[in-house]
Every structure is written in structure tokens, then in C-alpha cells.
Design a protein around this ligand. Structure first.
Ligand code: C2E
Ligand code: CA
Ligand code: CA
Ligand code: CA
Length: 274
């Protein structure tokens, strides 16, 4: 792949065949990205309610090109899934999160985003088991976030994989709930420990219809048993409205941005709901 200019990532458009060079460049980069320390994880705080304690984090992957440009996950994750690089990156991410948990004992648990490509791969749960064992991290300190993608078939491999992970104590979370139809079938077939309500549902809470919609979604999930996290909380107005509902976790720029260390401190967030 040819060297990529500073602008290439911004020009990247998956629907434009002429931008294929960038995709190839990213694909090539991903093959050696771990060894060259071009991938990293950042950690976004998760606030637990009603304590208001920030004692959990979500890990998010970052990729830096050789020229210092950051490639957004929305661009490189699909490429990694297509080329299979996601398997090695995903393994690296779980291992890195476990090390981070070891040096931050006040963090109750950390979540890792898992691609369905990983869930389908034979031996995925064994890989997780080996990492937990080697790092001596209890499975209960790890949660995996799976997304209801449209292409997601809920086949027996995926269900078996999720079942084995649960046996290790790993928490199973459903991400981006409400963005597709698949979420409902997932909710029917899997006992999730928690469901993350997509931030599109709290974008416009000044609108009564949107408030009603959010209330209905929270009720739908709660009736099935999982805990509830609302993501994308950016304003005190949103915090105030969310205070009217029984929500277990909050996440968003208002609570905290992603940062390079999981050491968010066992703080009570000043904005914490009462
Ligand atoms: P996601 O899992 O839904 O992650 C939430 C995204 O929203 C993150 O973007 C985060 O930085 C951003 N965000 C957090 N709080 C706020 C807020 O208050 N307002 C707004 N507007 N945005 C907020 P990011 O890091 O760019 O990740 C994008 C997506 O890439 C993730 O969506 C996830 O689907 C995927 N991804 C990221 N890291 C990984 C990974 O390690 N593995 C896999 N398989 N996918 C990943
Ligand atoms: Ca996520
Ligand atoms: Ca999400
Ligand atoms: Ca998402």
C-alpha cells in the first residue's frame, strides 16, 4: 500500500471505489499495528447509580497512522472485521484491559467492545479464559459489549460462545439498543446483564414524544430483567430528566470523556444524581 497523506482518512468514503487505496492502507497498517504500538485503548468512565460512584469504564480502541493522523474506529473496525485483523486486535484489547484492571483495583469492571466476527470465531471463549487465567483477573471484572448489527445472525455458535463466557463470570452487555430490529430478538434469546440504550434516544429530551419514547424503552428493557445504561449523556438537562427513571448506569461526555488511563479515581462525580 502506498504512503497515505494527512487528508486521506477524511476523504475515505466506503461507497466510493476511488477511496479504496485508503482502505488498503489501513488494512496493511492493521497487520502490524500492535507490534508498532499504533493501536491503543482509551477508557471512558461509567457512573453507577444510585451511589453516583464512577467505578467502571468502557474501553475504546484507537488507531494512529505513521504520520500521526488518527483513524476513527468507525473506519478501521469494519476494515479489521473484513480482513480478520479484528481477531488479533480483539485479543490484544482484552489482554490490555486486564492489565489495566490489575493496576486500577478500585475499578469494579471494564467493558470491551466485541465484534460478532470474534463471537463467531471458534475458540473465542477459550481465548478469553486463557487471558483471564494468565492475568489472574476474575471474569466478573470483565464485561463484553455486543452490538445488534443488522447482519447479525444469532446462530448457535454465537449463543454457545456467550454461554461459555457467562460461565467464566464475564458480564454480557447489549450495546446500542434501539438502533435496529435485531435488538428485540437478542433480548428475547439472551439474558443480558445490562443493556445500553443508544444515545439517539436522549438527543432531544425537550420534546415530549421523545421523553415518552425513552420511558417506554426503559420499561421494555427493565421488564425483561437486565440493568440499564443510558449512553451519550452530554448535558445537565439530560441528567435531570434521566433522574426520573430507574437507570443503573450513565455514560457520556457530561460524566467524562474517554482518556488514556482507566484510573478515573473512586470519585463521586460532582454532577451525580441524588
Ligand atoms: P460505541 O461502542 O457505541 O461507543 C460509543 C462511542 O460514542 C465512542 O466513539 C465514544 O467516544 C462516543 N461517545 C461517548 N460519549 C459520548 C457523548 O456523550 N456524546 C457523543 N456524541 N459521543 C460519545 P468511538 O470511540 O469513536 O467508537 C465508535 C464505535 O467504534 C464504538 O461505538 C464501537 O462500536 C466501535 N469500537 C470502538 N472501540 C472498539 C473495540 O475495541 N472493538 C470493537 N469491536 N469495536 C470498537
Ligand atoms: Ca460500546
Ligand atoms: Ca454504544
Ligand atoms: Ca455504536
Amino acid at each position: 500500500a502506498k504512503a497515505s497523506g494527512r487528508n486521506c482518512v477524511h476523504l475515505f468514503d466506503p461507497s466510493d471505489p476511488k477511496s479504496g487505496d485508503d482502505s488498503e492502507a489501513v488494512a496493511a497498517l492493521l497487520r502490524t499495528a500492535i507490534d508498532r504500538h499504533l493501536v491503543s485503548l482509551v477508557y471512558q468512565p461509567i457512573q453507577s447509580l444510585p451511589s453516583g460512584r464512577v467505578d467502571a469504564v468502557e474501553s475504546l480502541m484507537r488507531l494512529r497512522m505513521l504520520d500521526g493522523t488518527d483513524v476513527p474506529p468507525s473506519v478501521f473496525i469494519p476494515i479489521a472485521e473484513r480482513t480478520g485483523a479484528i481477531l488479533e486486535l480483539g485479543r490484544w484489547a482484552i489482554d490490555t484491559v486486564c492489565q489495566e484492571l490489575l493496576s486500577n483495583r478500585h475499578i469494579a469492571f471494564a467493558t470491551v467492545n466485541i465484534s460478532v466476527v470474534q463471537l463467531r470465531a471458534p475458540g473465542f471463549s477459550k481465548t478469553v479464559e486463557d487471558i483471564l487465567h494468565e492475568r489472574r483477573v476474575p471474569g466478573t471484572r470483565l464485561a463484553i459489549e455486543v452490538t445488534e448489527g443488522l447482519d447479525l445472525e444469532l446462530n448457535s455458535e454465537v449463543l454457545r460462545s456467550i454461554g461459555s463466557l457467562r460461565q467464566l463470570g464475564v458480564r454480557i452487555w447489549l450495546d446500542d439498543f434501539g438502533t435496529g430490529f435485531a435488538g428485540l430478538s437478542w433480548l428475547r434469546l439472551i439474558d443480558f446483564d445490562a443493556v445500553k440504550i443508544d444515545r439517539s434516544f436522549i438527543n432531544n429530551l425537550s420534546n415530549n414524544r421523545d421523553v415518552t419514547m425513552l420511558r417506554d424503552i426503559i420499561e421494555l428493557v427493565r421488564n425483561r430483567g437486565p440493568q440499564i445504561l443510558v449512553e451519550g449523556v452530554e448535558t445537565s438537562e439530560q441528567m435531570e430528566i434521566l433522574g426520573n427513571y430507574q437507570v443503573d448506569y450513565l455514560q457520556g461526555y457530561f460524566i467524562g470523556h474517554p482518556r488514556p488511563s482507566a484510573n478515573v479515581g473512586a470519585i463521586i462525580a460532582p454532577q451525580a444524581l441524588q
